[in-house]
Ligand binder design. Structure first.
Ligand code: ZN
Length: 371
């Protein structure tokens, strides 16, 4: 397949005009100057699809019950409000909600996602059933529901917090996942209560306790201390941060400067009860709040695939095609800088096609067209 007459974001993070060839296996075979092909990209940018590196899609069914409630009231397992609501819903209702969330992800240009899935083995299987018809790469990290059988069907474990499950169980969960060659990730330094509990009970921060085990990545870090950041840098443990969701819960955005410098950070939108899954909104917020270069924000989004152990999708020969055709609509016209246009102005309305392998989905900025 040949996408022609388009401005392509190459591996060096420069835009070049040309045509992109994708072979029959769905891998990029090169950038050419061909003037004909299968898909005309005139007036568009061709970029790698985005990664949303931390979500809870199961909570789509509880959208916006968070207003006026505290983080502990909503999320603390096992009896937080979301856990009680999820228990009352049928499997079919949950699958429909997850599919709704996946359509929202796809419409905002997400080609890869990492979901923290509750409800044990069945919860993971529901996610697998829901995503089977979507061309989105996924990593699903489950949680125990009585036993560890979720590890047979998940890509690993996504832990609520070492303090929520207790240090012994935390240690067991990470070790069981690693024994099976799977991933382990954990929310940490998110909740001030858990941080206080870690310090008062163990004399160490929650991050220090979490890093006693060999986890693949951490999520949040709102209350990370300078010592925590030093430890993370020394150990080179990647972090996913989700600032809009954090602010909604009254939590301060985490200190990320040094993590950016060391390329150790990716972006998630977190719980779909609280925030939209739209990565454009997250990028826009991050750029303005932290006063970052737009290119640096885009690079963080693209770091997600590596952090999750997925095949890279940068536009270079030999990489798997997972791409977006972004239409330069009225909202992007006159933009001097294509990176600030993508990060600070673009939205769902600009995502015209998602190209995964040899499959081309016409989104046209319309959610319903992707059904
Ligand atoms: Zn989370």
């Amino acid at each position: 397949m040949l996408i022609y007459n388009v401005e392509i974001l190459n591996r060096d993070f420069e835009f070049v005009r040309g045509s992109l060839e994708i072979d029959e296996e769905g891998y990029i075979s090169g950038i050419t100057d061909s003037r004909r092909g299968d898909l005309n990209g005139k007036g568009s940018l061709l970029i790698p699809s985005f990664t949303n590196a931390h979500v809870h899609l199961g909570d789509t069914i509880t959208r916006d019950i968070w207003i006026g409630r505290s983080i502990r009231e909503l999320f603390r397992p096992p009896n937080g409000l979301k856990h009680r609501i999820l228990k009352e819903k049928s499997d079919e209702e949950k699958i429909l909600a997850i599919k709704t969330a996946l359509r929202e992800l796809m419409s905002s240009g997400i080609g890869a996602v990492c979901d923290f899935r509750e409800e044990g083995r069945n919860g993971v299987l529901l996610f697998r059933r829901a995503i089977s018809e979507f061309p989105i790469d996924s990593v699903v990290l489950g949680r125990p529901d009585g036993d560890y059988s979720f590890l047979e069907v998940s890509d690993g474990v996504g832990i609520s917090s070492p303090m929520d499950v207790g240090l012994d169980e935390y240690s067991r969960l990470v070790k069981e996942a690693k024994k099976r060659g799977k991933m382990a990730a954990v929310h940490v330094g998110e909740d001030p209560f858990n941080q206080l509990m870690a310090l008062s009970q163990y004399g160490e921060t929650e991050v220090e306790l979490a890093l006693k085990e060999n986890v693949d990545f951490l999520v949040h870090l709102n209350y990370a201390t300078e010592g925590d950041i030093d430890l993370i840098l020394r150990r080179r443990v990647p972090v996913v941060f989700c600032p809009r969701a954090n602010l909604s819960m009254g939590l301060p955005p985490p200190p990320i400067d040094e993590l950016i410098d060391r390329n150790l950070i990716a972006i998630g939108t977190d719980n779909s009860m609280v925030t939209s899954l739209n990565i454009f909104r997250e990028m826009d917020f991050i750029m303005r709040h932290y006063r970052l270069e737009p290119k640096a924000v885009l690079k963080m989004v693209y770091s997600g695939r590596e952090l999750l152990g997925l095949e890279p999708n940068y536009i270079e020969e030999g990489n798997r095609a997972s791409l977006l055709l972004m239409r330069i609509g009225e909202n992007l016209r006159y933009c001097e800088d294509k990176f600030s246009a993508l990060v600070g102005r673009a939205g769902v309305e600009n995502v015209s096609h998602l190209i995964v392998g040899t499959r081309v989905l016409s989104l046209g900025g319309d959610l319903n067209k992707s059904r």
